[in-house]
Design a protein around this ligand. Structure first.
Ligand code: GLN
Length: 204
């Protein structure tokens, strides 16, 4: 049976669990290093990246999480989770660090403040039959402003008729700036589950 961990330090944990249950997989809350053992995949939810960053240290999870993800555990990170995985954060909060695993630069809160939150239709570029639509919420979403050579763009969102990058994939790492767990759109989670079938490759 497939077991997907959901980092449960802060943020939208229950919504991801509901979506995963709907896809017929078991989820497990990850709060301490031992919770990572034997997982088939991992979800890092949104929330607030600078808080998540601090809580990783409080929970003693930073190095275990880094090791698991770098070791090839298929991982879907959404919103603050994407910021947490990024190699570079253009506008970090004071003292904020990231795990440095996804070779991208992100800009936090790139589409406005909490009051500017919207439900939006983005384009999922990586559908098996070509681009498809992704329905998701944008809540103080980050934007991917630069990608390294091994990074594929998997989602874009049109803002003022300009396509902005809101989803990327590097090996088994998926990063999405939006919240599909709030609309129940399973596209990104299905992609995560598809990755569990592939052999794991070490990152970086
Ligand atoms: N802007 C937030 C951050 O930097 C992310 C918001 C979210 O996860 N919805 O962490």
């Amino acid at each position: 049976m497939t077991t997907v961990g959901v980092l449960a330090l802060q943020g939208g944990v229950a919504e991801h669990e509901r979506l995963l249950t709907g896809l017929g997989v078991t989820s497990r809350r990850v709060r301490r290093p031992a919770d990572l053992d034997g997982l088939d995949a991992l979800v890092i939810p949104g929330g607030e990246s600078s808080v998540l960053d601090r809580l990783l240290d409080v929970a003693g999870l930073r190095s275990a999480l880094h090791e698991a993800v770098a070791g090839g555990l298929p991982t879907l990170s959404t919103c603050a989770g994407l910021v947490l995985l990024a190699a570079r954060v253009a506008n970090p909060a004071p003292g904020q660090r990231s795990l440095g695993l996804l070779d991208v630069t992100v800009r936090r809160n790139a589409f406005g403040r909490q009051v500017d939150s919207v439900e939006t239709t983005a384009t999922w570029e990586a559908g098996p039959d070509g681009p498809t639509r992704l329905r998701a919420a944008a809540i103080r979403a980050p934007e991917v402003v630069q990608t390294g050579p091994g990074v594929e763009i998997v989602a874009t969102m049109a803002v003022d008729r300009q396509d902005r990058v809101v989803g990327v994939r590097q090996g088994q790492l998926l990063g999405l700036a939006l919240h599909p767990e709030l609309t129940g759109d399973p596209t990104a989670h299905r992609s995560l589950l598809a990755m569990t079938a592939a052999p794991r490759a070490f990152i970086g």
